[in-house]
Write a protein that binds this ligand. Structure first.
Ligand code: NI
Length: 169
């Protein structure tokens, strides 16, 4: 199985809008399988296709990190239909390593999308689950969790990340 690494902050694919998926072909199914594998081994509770440099609207969420099969949700072209309430919690991202910040998210959401069999899905989520779906759908719009912070805070984090990347080279 082809392995793709998680791309990091600053990579152009993370900062642009991903394309709608018109056809759930073999390549999309393969991408989804890669995403699940990479998410579980990271370990992470959510991953969006742009994070493995595939600019398509595809996300995977699994709060159990591979413990419970029924917890894994793969959604093609996800859309958040309704947002309710407010929840402020620490958030991180596999593409923004070693940074955690409090982010305001809706407490309750209604989301729809299509599964890998092409079946329409619509469900509600709250708390951490709602947060992860919002975070992953943001990725499809080229938005990272640090884009929700104040310009001052974001700038500080940006400098920190750039400095760290320089040191890694
Ligand atoms: Ni993320």
């Amino acid at each position: 199985m082809e392995y793709r690494e998680i791309i990091k902050y600053g990579h152009p694919t993370l900062h642009k809008r991903a394309s709608e998926i018109e056809n759930i072909d073999k390549k999309i199914v393969q991408t989804a399988q890669n995403m699940v594998q990479i998410m579980h081994s990271a370990p992470g509770i959510g991953l969006a296709a742009p994070q493995i440099n595939q600019s398509v609207r595809l996300i995977a969420v699994d709060l159990s990190v591979g413990e419970r099969k029924e917890d894994l949700t793969i959604l093609v072209n996800p859309v958040i239909l309704r947002k309710e309430g407010e929840d402020i919690s620490e958030e991180g991202c596999l593409s923004v390593p070693q940074i955690e910040e409090k982010v305001k998210r809706p407490f309750h959401i209604q989301i729809k999308g299509v599964d890998l069999e092409g079946k329409e899905k619509m469900f509600e989520a709250e708390g951490l689950k709602a947060r992860v779906f919002c975070h992953e759908v943001d990725h499809l719009d080229g938005k990272l969790f640090i884009d929700h912070l104040s310009p001052l805070k974001k700038n500080l984090i940006r400098k920190k990340l750039l400095k760290r990347m320089e040191n890694e080279q």
